[in-house]
Design a protein around this ligand. Structure first.
Ligand SMILES: CC(C)(COP(=O)(O)OP(=O)(O)OC[C@H]1O[C@@H](n2cnc3c(N)ncnc32)[C@H](O)[C@@H]1OP(=O)(O)O)[C@@H](O)C(=O)NCCC(=O)NCCS
Ligand SMILES: [Zn+2]
Length: 213
């Protein structure tokens, strides 16, 4: 089998523009309206717009004509993993960054801004395996928060690839058949990519500005 290819598009939160709303469907407009903070609206709007414009180019359709399904597997409300026919997707946003991964295999992408106020010790008990907790105990202060955030993005990426979300077991080791890797992003952010595949993926990075302007 050939190695999976993953295309990742990154945008900066300040690239959002009001005109992007034109291409949103009804569900997305409601989701957008429900966010209270402008920065949350901007992150959501950018995620939707990157998905729509990249798929529009790929399928030679107008961005507004791309059918997206956001049905939550748990409750049926439209706040679940975003899905489109013929491609695997994962959307993530935190701090200054919005990212979308596209592949022919199930993918999970996660970015987190490093939060110096995080109660790392409490979270570590809930989220880390014994080996990881041991390794984390070698760090202090902000270095510990950074190290924890790296672990956290890896775990979320895996759970997003499988579609389980945070209902999955965070303390578990990475299951066989899933490749997870850290991605270099900007300072004070950590990111990871997980792909359900037997081989490591070929990762291609893109600037979302190409489709946003
Ligand atoms: C999915 C989840 C891991 C996201 O973590 P996060 O770091 O807060 O947020 P991120 O920005 O990285 O990811 C958000 C994106 O994940 C996607 N997503 C939502 N649920 C998902 C799931 N179960 N699996 C994979 N991806 C999911 C969505 O596309 C969402 O972006 P969008 O709504 O703007 O399109 C977390 O919110 C979660 O586990 N949610 C599900 C919990 C659950 O089961 N809820 C049931 C409610 S009834
Ligand atoms: Zn739900």
């Amino acid at each position: 089998m050939t190695a999976p290819v993953v295309d990742i598009w990154w945008a900066d939160v300040d690239e959002a523009r009001d005109e992007f709303v034109q291409d949103l469907d009804e569900v997305e407009r409601e989701r957008l309206a429900a966010y209270v903070r402008d920065v949350d609206k901007a992150r959501f709007l950018l995620g939707v717009t990157i998905v729509r414009r990249v798929l529009a180019a790929r399928f030679s359709l107008p961005a507004a004509k791309i059918d997206l399904d956001r049905t939550c597997a748990e409750c049926g409300k439209p706040h679940g993993k975003v899905r489109a026919a013929g491609v695997e997707l994962s959307v993530t946003h935190s701090g200054e960054l919005v990212g979308v991964a596209f592949s022919d295999r199930p993918v999970g992408l996660d970015v987190e801004q490093v939060d110096p106020g995080l109660d790392v010790d409490a979270l570590a008990r809930m989220a880390l395996s014994a080996g990881e907790a041991q390794e984390l105990s070698g760090y202090d202060g902000i270095a510990k928060v950074r190290a924890f955030t790296t672990y956290w993005t890896r775990k979320e990426a895996v759970l997003k690839a499988t579609g389980e979300g945070l209902r999955g077991d965070l303390r578990a080791e990475v299951p066989a058949g899933i490749h997870v890797q850290a991605l270099e992003v900007r300072a004070d952010h950590r990111a990871a990519l997980a792909v359900v595949a037997d081989e490591p993926p070929l990762v291609r990075l893109h600037e979302a500005a190409v489709v946003l302007h």
